[in-house]
Write a protein that binds this ligand. Structure first.
Ligand code: COA
Length: 261
């Protein structure tokens, strides 16, 4: 892989990971998936990074899915590492302590849509298109799409999207709850994403981490267990310096300055 197939930049508490194979619509070959995993770990381990943004270079694609050129001459055992690594990447993004924003600047198909669904917040430009087109290749989603899509849009809509392989536009994705916000242009998307990222970077890191874990548990656990998890997480925030700072700032009528401890 060219080192430039995925770019990494960190500034002002925000790490930006950019898929950069625009001529291949940022198709996710196995090396790109591995590199993404390494770069997300780098962002997780860098204490100066508070928020991660994942996006695609230029204006055509976020990612048009797994790289189909890697599918030829592969049987079930040969393809297993691809799906396992893709799923592991998505699970890592979901389990990171920091918020991850997908800035979807074009096609988000197949694995591209699936990685976006593992991010915490999805912002899109109006030219973005979403879908799980695997069925048209005689295969099915393998980066967690059958698990996350129904949770986000409901089982019936997920089945229709997966069975037909049809693409949907950004405004339809917004209507279905697949994206949080749609911007009129890619430039507006990039500005809106950085504004959100910088806002989140000022929030107390431990509380963000615990809130993310608690919200994720609500997807995965029965209500009683997820409520119990929330009790424990809520209590933990009371042992942080940030809670002292936040409460004191409110009572003193000043803006809090969190140390993420
Ligand atoms: N894997 C490998 N290459 C891909 C790709 C993918 N998932 N998606 C796009 N590309 C490549 C094309 O082969 C083409 O490369 P080339 O110029 O060297 O021939 C280039 O990206 C542009 O794609 P093209 O199909 O010419 O553009 P388009 O605007 O006509 O169509 C898409 C765009 C995204 C609709 C179309 O490329 C597509 O359907 N891609 C596959 C999507 C998919 O099935 N994803 C799930 C994979 S499991």
């Amino acid at each position: 892989m060219s080192e430039q197939d995925v770019l990494y930049q960190a500034a002002e508490g925000v790490a930006t990971i950019t898929l950069n194979r625009p001529k291949k619509y940022n198709a996710l070959n196995s090396t790109v998936v591995k590199t993404l995993r390494e770069l997300f770990r780098r962002a997780e381990e860098d204490r100066s990074v508070r928020v991660v943004v994942l996006t695609g270079a230029e204006e055509k694609a976020f990612a048009a899915g797994a790289d189909i050129s890697e599918f030829t001459n592969k049987n079930s055992s040969a393809v297993r590492p691809l799906t396992e690594n893709g799923q592991e990447l998505c699970r890592y993004i979901e389990s990171m302590s920091k918020p991850v924003i997908a800035a979807i600047n074009g096609f988000a198909l197949g694995g591209g849509c699936e990685i976006a669904m593992a991010c915490d917040i999805r912002y899109a430009s109006s030219n973005a298109r979403f879908g799980q087109p695997e069925i048209n290749l005689g295969i099915m989603p393998g980066f967690g799409g059958t698990a996350r899509l129904p949770r986000l849009v409901g089982l019936g809509i997920a089945k229709e999207l997966v069975y037909t392989g049809e693409q949907i536009a950004a405004d339809e994705a917004f209507r279905l709850g697949l994206v949080n916000k749609v911007f009129e242009s890619v430039l507006a998307l990039r500005e809106g994403t950085m504004k959100l990222a910088k806002t989140l970077a000022t929030k107390p890191g431990v509380a963000i981490k615990l809130a993310k874990q608690s919200l994720n548990k609500s997807w995965e656990l029965p209500l009683e267990k997820s409520l119990k998890f929330e009790v424990d997480a809520f209590c933990q925030t009371f042992d942080t310096k940030d809670k002292e700072e936040g409460v004191d700032a409110f009572l003193s009528k000043r803006t809090p300055s969190f140390s993420h401890k």
